[in-house]
Design a protein around this ligand. Structure first.
Ligand code: DGL
Length: 263
């Protein structure tokens, strides 16, 4: 089974992308709704939750895990994962790889924008990883704390949301960035609003698509693991709390009703 966790239901954007990339493979999802949001919590607390969530997914039969939450991935250390024998993916690494393949080794300065929660932006993870491999690249990260609650309220197309998106993107637009990473589970739902406001020439990198493509190629290269993954049509979506808003967001992401199982 492919295990995926997030601080809530936003990570279902990743689950949905994995479902499309690897149809038929069973998913076990955990959304930590009782403790969401992670994006405003301290790194130590997020690390503790991350470890608990990984252990939970393993207890439910996960053989490969995706840390779908950018805030969790941004503070997860190699040391934390060193005790696990199963492959653990995160949403940040494949997005960074996509940026690096785009900016190449050219001498001309590329500018890459990152948008995410406070925890993700404060961690500085994207800048560190991108600038270490591509010193000619300038990374500009913008925290967007109001976007997660707006998405959770279903305000995907409201005037107020458009205004806030424009305001957050303004500094990045002024700097004429070349690419923009959607560094948060919820932002793929705002992609249609983000693209025209950042400019149509800016390439948007969606971490949910990047991580699902990366898992897909990993499984192609590891057929024993791939063949051992169950395909019984039995996706399960666990959450630590059930709310009306979560059910509505899950439906919006998958375009169908998702039954949430309370842990
Ligand atoms: N899942 C979080 C992320 O991708 C957003 C919601 C939260 O702050 O917990 O950063």
């Amino acid at each position: 089974m492919i295990g995926i966790f997030d601080s809530g239901v936003g990570g279902m954007t990743v689950a949905h992308a994995v479902e499309k990339a690897l149809p038929g493979f069973d998913l076990v999802y955990f959304g930590d709704l009782a403790r969401t949001p992670y994006g405003s919590k301290s790194p130590d607390t997020i690390r503790r939750y991350t470890q608990q969530n990984i252990d939970f997914l393993i207890s439910k039969g996960a053989q490969l895990i995706i840390i779908a939450c950018n805030s969790a991935a941004s503070v997860t250390t190699e040391e934390m994962l060193s005790g696990y024998t199963l492959p653990i993916f995160d949403v940040i690494t494949p997005a960074v790889q996509r940026v690096l393949s785009m900016v190449g080794k050219s001498d001309s300065k590329s500018k890459v924008g990152i948008i995410g929660t406070r925890a993700t932006v404060k961690s500085g993870i994207y800048s560190r990883k991108i600038e270490a491999a591509a010193p000619h690249c300038r990374v500009i990260a913008q925290e967007c704390p109001l976007l997660v609650p707006l998405v959770e309220e279903g305000w995907l197309d409201k005037r107020e949301t458009k205004m806030i998106v424009r305001r957050y993107l303004h500094p990045l637009r002024t700097l004429q960035i070349d690419a923009l990473v959607l560094g948060c589970t919820h932002y793929p739902l705002l992609k249609k609003l983000i693209q025209p406001r950042i400019g149509n020439r800016v390439k948007i990198i969606d971490s949910s698509e990047e991580v699902s493509a990366s898992v897909q190629s990993y499984l192609e290269a590891h057929p024993t693991l791939k063949n051992s993954l169950s395909q019984n049509g039995g996706n399960r979506f666990y959450v630590s709390d059930i709310t009306e808003a979560a059910l509505a967001t899950a439906r919006k992401i998958f375009g169908r009703r998702i039954d949430l199982l309370k842990t």
